[in-house]
Every structure is written in structure tokens, then in C-alpha cells.
Design a protein around this ligand. Structure first.
Ligand code: SDX
Length: 380
């Protein structure tokens, strides 16, 4: 049997599987734009609320639009009636990403019309999930610490409210701004694995909760959003700055993956890593964690010398680890932070997919045998 040349592309590398108006990535030049605006400009001048409006409406809001979008988001900070009791019944040993995946899925049961995929219903669900996901993470973390949940404060921004619900006290402006820059830089990023997952799920005309739940499951993976926790574990393994080079060289010799480096698309430094490096340095200096930043910077220098030729540079996860640590977040909350922000991108892609849907159904190339006879069990 003559077989046609295979069109199989492992990992769909380089395959264009969707069109989007939200984020543009130039992996060679190391450029990321949300609706044409550079991530550098957005990190410097925007807020997470404004960035979400930009992604969902494909333009920046004027001040009254931003005001009403912000109040619509804040109106969704609160968890549904009886929901926090569910969180308080969870095992305190649960991994936060497993908890978040489970509880975002549970939100569907508190929605009178969970399967409504009309544009206005999808936007309302997106606002609900984005608005109350911070309360889910904060309530669970306080539960596992034996503390009562803190009610959201609708006078606070998305970032300030999350830190307030987590810590039980209003955050400083500096910590709020730092967290907001993290939310801006993680909001959307083309057809990454978790975004593709969300699009695949909604393309069957399933529901937004199923799409978000699946995306959280994907993001948890250490090759994707879970890498920021891997970076922190690596930094914690390195006793001092002077040990950093030998530690990384040992990993390279053992052909181990260095978390926070490499990218399927970027073959230059991830522009988000550049923004977060600046933030991490400032925060590290301000919070007495300069050794963390110095270790990271030394690792980056070693990796530049050893791997730049292979197009392996820091990605978004490398400096977000130090940033989240300096903000005071526990290591196993780093990936949930990525999820809180990426709910914005996932929702935007789901709404784009619904607006011009076609079921995702690629092919698998059968490479097994043919015409095999059935052997009765007594003859096997
Ligand atoms: C995110 O897609 C997105 O946009 C994702 C993301 C987003 O915003 O949504 O940007 C967020 O997920 C960032 C990536 C976080 N993951 C990590 O930091 C985990 C470590 N990095 C890798 O495992 C890897 O770089 C990937 C998974 C990110 C990308 O891998 P690819 O494109 O599948 O590349 P590959 O595994 O085929 O590697 C190519 C070569 C290999 O060497 P050879 O076998 O050819 O000799 O590069 C090497 C790899 O061994 N390599 C690494 C490396 N990454 C690639 N070697 C050491 N350390 C690394 N980190």
C-alpha cells in the first residue's frame, strides 16, 4: 500500500490553528502586543482592568467606559451564596491549582443558565469567573491556614482586592502596582496550550465553565504555567549566588530542563521577562530579597552563554517567580496567579471562537497494522 507523505506535525509546531485580534507575538524579534499596543507600554501605563477591556473590546476604553467596566467587574467579586462553605469543606492539603480547577467548574452549578453561549451571556460569565476567581484562591488559602475568609472590598481594584482578601489587610500601593503589572503581562499570549484548550472545548458549543476548567488543567503543567513554581524551587535549591553557575551547569550536563527558559515561539528574550526582570529587581531590593534576584540574574547570564545560540532565553515564568515571592505569595500560589490573569485571555478567545466557530477536529495518522485476523482467545 503506497502511503502519501505524512503531514503529521508533532505538537502542532508552527501550525496556525486560529485567528485572533487580541495578541500578536513576533518570536524572532521578541515582540508582544495586545491589540497592537506593546506589552511594555501596557505594563508602564495601563491597569489590569483597562487591559481586560482592551482585550475584550479590541480598543482602549474612554474614562466613562473604564468606570462602568470596573464597576461591572467589582459587582462580580463576591462568591455565590453558599460557595465559600464548599471551599471551607475542602482538604487543606489540596494543591491550589487542583482546587481552582474544581471550584471554577463548580461555579456552573450556581449559574441559572450555564449553557447560554450568546455573546452577552458569555461576557457575563467571563466577568463572573474573572471577578470571583480571586476570592476562590484567597478563601482557600485562608482556609488551609485556619483563617476565616475575608469578604471582597468593592472599593478596591482587582489587584488590591485580591491581596486584601488574601492577607486580611490593605496592600501598599507599591505591592498593588507590582501585582497589577503581573496581571497585565500574563493576560493573553496567542494560542498557547491552555488557550488552545479553551478554544477546542468551546468549539463543541460546550459552555464557558467547561472551557475555563479545561484551560486551568492545561496551565497547571510544568511545561506551561507551572514553570513559575519550578523556577522558585530551583532558586531555593541554590544556597548562594556563588553556587548558581555550578548548579545550572550541572543541570545542563544532566540535560535537565531549566524552568523559566525556552519557548515554542520566542527565539529571543520574552518581552514579558524583560518587564518582570525590572519589577523583580525593584521588589527584591525593597523587600530584602536581593539574593533571589542576583541568583536569577546569574542564571540568566550562564544560560545566555550556554544556550542563546539555541534560541533559549528567559520566558515569562523566570522573573515572575521572584516577583510573586517578594509580593509575599506562597510558592504553590504562583501558578494560580497566572490563571487569575489568563482567565481574561481565555475568555476573550472563547468569545472569538463562538463568534466564528468551526469544530476543532484534526486527524490522527494511523501507523499500525492492517487486515489483522481475529485470533480466538484459546489460540492466543
Ligand atoms: C509558558 O506558548 C506560550 O505562549 C506559553 C506561555 C504563555 O504565556 O501562555 O508563554 C507561558 O508556558 C512559558 C513556558 C514555561 N515553561 C518552561 O519554562 C518549562 C521549560 N521550558 C521548556 O520545557 C521548553 O522550552 C518549552 C516547553 C517551553 C518549549 O519547548 P519546545 O518548543 O517543545 O522545544 P523543545 O522541547 O523541542 O526544545 C528544543 C531544544 C531541545 O534540545 P534538543 O533536544 O534539540 O537538543 O531546546 C532544549 C530542548 O532540550 N530546551 C531546553 C529548554 N527548553 C528547550 N533545554 C534546557 N532547558 C530548557 N528550559
Amino acid at each position: 500500500m503506497t502511503t502519501a507523505p505524512s503531514s503529521f506535525v508533532k505538537g502542532l509546531e508552527g501550525i496556525v490553528a486560529a485567528q485572533t485580534e487580541m495578541s500578536h507575538i513576533d518570536g524572532t524579534a521578541g515582540i508582544l502586543e495586545y491589540v497592537g499596543i506593546s506589552i511594555g507600554d501596557l505594563s508602564k501605563h495601563s491597569t489590569f482592568e483597562e487591559t481586560v477591556f482592551l482585550l475584550w473590546n479590541k480598543r482602549l476604553p474612554n474614562s466613562s467606559e473604564l468606570g462602568s467596566f470596573t464597576s461591572d467587574l467589582r459587582a462580580n467579586y463576591a462568591l455565590p451564596e453558599g460557595f465559600v462553605e464548599r471551599i471551607s469543606s475542602l482538604p487543606t492539603s489540596a494543591e491550589p491549582m487542583h482546587m481552582l480547577r474544581t471550584m471554577v467548574s463548580a461555579l456552573a452549578m450556581y449559574d441559572d443558565n450555564p449553557n447560554d453561549n450568546s455573546v452577552e451571556a458569555a461576557r457575563a460569565k467571563a466577568l463572573k469567573i474573572l471577578g470571583c476567581a480571586p476570592a476562590i484562591v484567597a478563601a482557600f488559602d485562608r482556609h488551609r491556614r485556619g483563617l476565616a475568609p475575608v469578604e471582597p472590598d468593592t472599593s478596591l481594584s482587582f489587584s488590591a482586592n485580591f491581596l486584601y482578601m488574601l492577607n486580611g489587610e490593605k496592600p501598599t500601593d507599591a505591592m498593588t502596582r507590582a501585582f497589577d503589572i503581573c496581571m497585565i503581562t500574563h493576560a493573553d499570549h496567542g494560542l498557547n496550550n491552555s488557550t488552545f484548550t479553551a478554544r477546542v472545548v468551546i468549539s463543541t458549543l460546550s459552555d464557558l465553565y467547561s472551557a475555563m476548567t479545561a484551560a486551568i488543567g492545561s496551565l497547571r503543567g510544568p511545561l506551561h504555567g507551572g514553570a513559575n513554581e519550578g523556577v522558585m524551587k530551583m532558586l531555593n535549591q541554590i544556597p548562594t549566588i556563588d553556587d548558581a553557575e555550578a548548579y545550572v551547569m550541572g543541570m545542563i550536563e544532566r540535560k535537565e530542563r531549566i524552568m523559566g527558559f525556552g519557548h515554542r515561539v520566542y527565539k529571543a528574550k520574552d518581552p514579558r521577562a524583560a518587564e518582570l526582570m525590572t519589577l523583580a529587581k525593584q521588589l527584591a531590593d525593597d523587600t530584602g530579597n536581593s539574593d533571589l534576584y542576583e541568583k536569577s540574574h546569574k542564571i540568566e547570564q550562564v544560560m545566555e552563554r550556554e544556550y542563546a545560540a539555541k534560541g533559549i532565553y528567559p520566558n515569562v515564568d523566570f522573573y515572575s517567580a521572584t516577583t510573586y515571592h517578594c509580593i509575599g505569595l506562597k510558592l504553590d500560589l504562583f501558578t494560580p496567579m497566572f490563571a487569575l490573569s489568563r482567565i481574561a485571555g481565555w475568555s476573550g478567545h472563547v468569545i472569538e471562537q463562538l463568534a466564528d466557530n468551526r469544530l476543532f477536529r484534526p486527524k490522527a495518522e494511523y501507523v499500525g497494522d492492517h487486515d489483522v485476523p481475529y485470533t480466538p482467545i484459546n489460540d492466543r
